[in-house]
Design a protein around this ligand. Structure first.
Ligand code: C2E
Ligand code: MG
Ligand code: MG
Length: 858
């Protein structure tokens, strides 16, 4: 405890010391920088008189100028109207030594981007201003300090004056802050400036290296754009301040100076790219992103265009484009700040120094702001501050990305609900602590899989968010329900449209039944969907540790199984029940019996007619398999077909059914003249086999029934995964002329969009939505929506399970084409079916036209 506290104090102390040290260093550097400027004004021994003449043509030489000295205009405080244009400035400076001591002075021009800087120095005093010595301050290639700080050293005897004439021409920034300072001050100034620039070079290069490493590690392009911005700013500044002379050869520095505006474009281009990627506009690739790309294309185009332009025009074009890019940047930033991007506030802040710094620099260079070392280098300082803030912003973004990644794992993106992974992790931990006893409860809104087919995803999400809130409130103060996430959420949403909670069996203050009753009470409510109120209720499944599984995946699978069982058996809740080993033995026996039934032809085909609801004529019959077991009696296909699917018998069974059905159809057509269509059930497992397909073709070709009289019913179920191969097989069946029908629509998990890639022409609405349709509003809504949707897609719609005249009437009103159900006839053996067909007059169909069966147009 004490040790912990001690470490905490050390921790805080260490942070405090680091901050104090950084502040100390920065303070000292700042005072040194300020000192550079105060040195300039300290000297009082000498004064300067300055006057100027502007030669717009740039054609005058020093001899012309000497004759015009009287026309020079006095310039107080260095105020010369420098302009961004190609003209020659002639400056006359008279330096006066007021002291009784000789002075060692330096004439210093703080602009290294001048094209011409010549100093004509009178050899004697002001009175003999006829004989000037000319020095080109830019001519010396070897003296680096001359390049970075163009200057001239001279002595001024006691109480004497000295006159200079300066010839200045430039296509770059025109302002030339001129100073005459003591030799000592100059040396010091150069020293400080070099330290300052050296530090800048070091910082930029280190940052570039560091971000390159980050780019390779994280593979996020935003780091490359950061480096791009960093290096283009570096190049521009090396030209503007002249520090490039310290690291580049004269030729390279000359190139940088020549293409300084071209480089300016890349600062802006990289900054726009950085902004777009930093704020993740590249992810949505929306309008803003496209606009950004267009702006970048324009900037690149202008940068290339400007290479061939005259330097002054280049600068004018560049600066006139900037308001637009700035407006775009502001728009892009504000748009994000509004939308949950508060983590990007450091980045927003980083624009402040840039805006200040980049406006100080031109103001100084155009002589609107007083020159000082600080204002002269404001852009450089701004870039350092900005880059530092950008680095902070990048770190924040990295942190945010990490949080988002964790959130993606822990929470669903659209709904924000905690995912199954939280549950798995939590149950895994509980399982490891062996003495635990706990129960997983799955809470699933009844019929939600079907309801979900008819409402859009957003409404499903809303429904679950609504339930999540209600249930969370219920469990909030219930200590027996474990918290599953770091945020103390007690429910996880799992893919089967359900929530799972974990109950601590040891601390139950209420029985499981009481808790389940409370959950059901909370869930039963009306949920508003498209002006309809859907009554909700909950189906609950339970599986307990260790009885129903000792691993998390077993427990989760079993709780899902228990819920499905409850739903199938129309129970409100069910505890997981293991399948007994007796049951497995039974299934094996059943398979073996089925095999021999198939071999000995002990299976039968029953026919159930399908009625065209417009004409009330039989348009098709569904062929359904029947098995009379020698000892167990009748076994439903719903029992043995799934077994045959699991045991690999299904292909043989289906082929047998097809063959038998075609034989019987032939009999019906040739002997009795009933030539309606036949519907045959095909399993998803059949469709997966190419071998099956060739056998089907054989059977059809060997019979005289045309393929366009045959309908294949595929069950819409989650167990069938229609991959590309099975899709190809289905296409081939369609090419043969076979009609494909989707059976039991509404009972599977797939939505219309998932099966819409199947080439089917008919849809069979499951009898669950059809039987006694008028008794249940929910059923009616679903049936109506399904029929309308299917008709909208141009499909033939069959209703299974028509049980009454009312059912028929309602379905006809919805637009349903065909009815099938006990109302017309139960499935019948072939002989019974023939009799039924022949006796239609007495049947329920009102206008039977014996012997005349017109197939519905498919
Ligand atoms: P299914 O393809 O949806 O067939 C319709 C089922 O609904 C049949 O049950 C039929 O008797 C029943 N039915 C029709 N109208 C009504 C009604 O008004 N009320 C009620 N309560 N039931 C009605 P069956 O024959 O027991 O078949 C059950 C399922 O077994 C079939 O559902 C089908 O999926 C499967 N099946 C049947 N024969 C075959 C077959 O030859 N091959 C394959 N793969 N599956 C088959
Ligand atoms: Mg069917
Ligand atoms: Mg069906």
């Amino acid at each position: 405890m004490l040790l912990n506290k001690l470490f905490k104090i050390i921790h805080i102390l260490a942070i405090a010391i680091i901050f104090i040290l950084i502040a100390l260093i920065l303070w000292n550097v700042a005072t040194r920088l300020v000192a550079i400027d105060t040195n300039k004004t300290r000297t009082v021994e000498h004064t300067i008189d300055m006057s100027y003449l502007i030669d717009p043509s740039g054609k005058m030489d020093v001899d012309n100028i000497k004759k015009q000295l009287s026309t020079f205009i006095p310039a107080k405080n260095n105020e010369i109207p420098f302009e961004l244009s190609k003209q020659t400035y002639w400056l006359r400076i008279i330096v006066k030594n007021h002291s009784a001591e000789p002075l060692a002075l330096v004439l210093y021009a703080d602009n290294n981007m001048l094209d011409i800087l010549k100093v004509y120095q009178a050899n004697k005093t002001i009175t003999s201003e006829t004989n000037y010595l000319s020095t080109n301050l830019l001519a010396n290639n070897h003296d680096i300090s001359l390049k970075v700080y163009p200057h001239l050293t001279f002595d001024l005897p006691a109480r004497q004056n000295k006159a200079f004439i300066l010839e200045i021409q430039t296509q770059g920034p025109p302002n030339v802050p001129l100073m005459v300072i003591s030799n000592n001050d100059f040396t010091q100034r150069v020293l400080y400036a070099q330290i300052f620039y050296g530090a800048f070079i070091g910082i930029i290069l280190l940052m570039a290296m560091y971000n390159l490493v980050l780019f390779f590690a994280i593979k996020d392009t935003v780091y490359l754009f950061y480096i791009g911005y960093l290096l283009s700013s570096f190049m521009v500044l090396s030209g503007l301040t002249g520090f490039g002379h310290l690291i580049f050869s004269t030729e390279i520095q000359a190139l940088i100076n020549k293409y300084i505006i071209f480089l300016h474009y890349y600062i802006v281009i990289f900054l726009v790219l950085f902004t777009l990627f930093f704020l993740r506009y590249n992810q949505g690739k929306n309008k803003t992103y496209r606009a950004g790309k267009a702006i970048i294309a324009i900037l690149i185009f202008c940068s290339l265009l400007s290479i061939n332009l005259d330097a002054i025009l280049q600068a004018k074009l560049f600066f006139s484009l900037q308001p637009f890019t700035l407006l775009f940047a502001i728009f892009v930033l504000l748009k994000r700040i509004n939308h949950n991007y508060s983590w990007s506030k450091f980045y927003l802040l980083s624009w402040l120094p840039l805006l200040i710094g980049s406006s100080i620099q031109p103001l100084v260079l155009l002589n609107y702001l007083d020159y000082s070392f600080f204002t002269r280098n404001a852009f450089l300082v701004a870039i350092i501050v900005e880059l530092t803030l950008m680095a902070f912003a990048l770190a924040q973004r990295m942190k945010r990305n990490e949080q988002d990644r964790i959130k993606d794992i822990a929470y669903h993106i659209t709904s924000g609900l905690p995912r199954k992974s939280n549950l798995e992790t939590f149950v895994n931990q509980l399982v490891l602590q062996k003495d635990n006893q706990f129960t997983l409860l799955m809470i699933k809104p009844e019929h939600i899989d079907k309801i979900a087919l008819y409402i859009d995803d957003e409404q499903v999400t809303q429904l679950f968010q609504h339930l999540f809130q209600k249930l969370s409130l219920l469990f909030q103060f219930n200590d027996s329900v474990f918290s599953l996430t770091e945020n103390n959420e007690k429910l996880c949403f799992i893919n089967n449209n359900a929530f799972v909670i974990v109950i601590n069996d040891k601390y139950q203050h209420q029985t499981l039944e009481e808790l389940i009753a409370a959950i059901q009470k909370i869930v039963s409510d009306n949920f508003q969907i498209n002006h309809l109120k859907l009554p909700l209720s909950a189906i609950i499944g339970a599986s307990s540790f260790p009885e129903h599984g000792i691993k998390s995946h077993q427990l989760i699978n079993n709780v899902i199984f228990a819920t499905n069982q409850a739903e199938l058996n129309h129970q409100k809740w069910a505890l997981y029940q293991q399948q007994s080993s007796n049951e497995n033995a039974y299934l094996l026996q059943l398979t073996s019996d089925l095999k021999s039934a198939l071999e000995n032809d002990n299976l039968a085909i029953f026919h159930q007619p399908q009625i065209d609801l417009r004409t009330l004529r039989v348009c098709s019959s569904e062929c359904l398999i029947r098995w009379q077991h020698p000892t167990q009696g009748f076994i439903s296909p719903s029992v043995f077909i799934p077994v045959a699917e699991d045991m690999g018998l299904i292909n043989e069974i289906t082929l047998w059914v097809i063959e038998k059905s075609l034989q019987q159809q032939l009999l019906l057509a040739s002997e009795y003249g009933f030539n309606h269509m036949i519907s045959i059930n095909i399993s998803g497992k059949d469709i997966a086999s190419e071998h099956f397909f060739t056998r089907v073709i054989d059977i059809i070709e060997n019979s005289t029934i045309p393929a366009d009289k045959i309908i294949f019913e595929l069950t819409e179920s989650s167990s069938i995964t229609y991959n590309e191969e099975s899709l190809e097989l289905i296409e081939k069946l369609v090419d043969l002329g076979i009609t494909i029908s989707i059976d039991d629509f509404g009972t599977g998990y797939s939505s219309m969009s998932q099966i819409s890639n199947l080439p089917f022409q008919e849809l069979k609405v499951d009898r669950e939505f059809v039987e006694n349709i008028n008794d249940n509003l929910k059923r009616k809504i679903i049936a109506e929506a399904t029929v309308k949707m299917a008709k909208g897609l141009g499909l033939e719609v069959v209703a299974e399970g028509v049980n009454s005249q009312q059912d028929e009437d309602t379905l006809r009103r919805f637009g349903c084409d065909i009815g099938q159900g006990y109302f017309y006839a139960k499935p019948m053996a072939i002989d019974d079916y023939i009799s039924w067909l022949e006796n239609l007059d007495n049947g329920r169909i009102k206008q039977p036209m014996q012997g005349e069966f017109i197939p519905a147009e498919k």
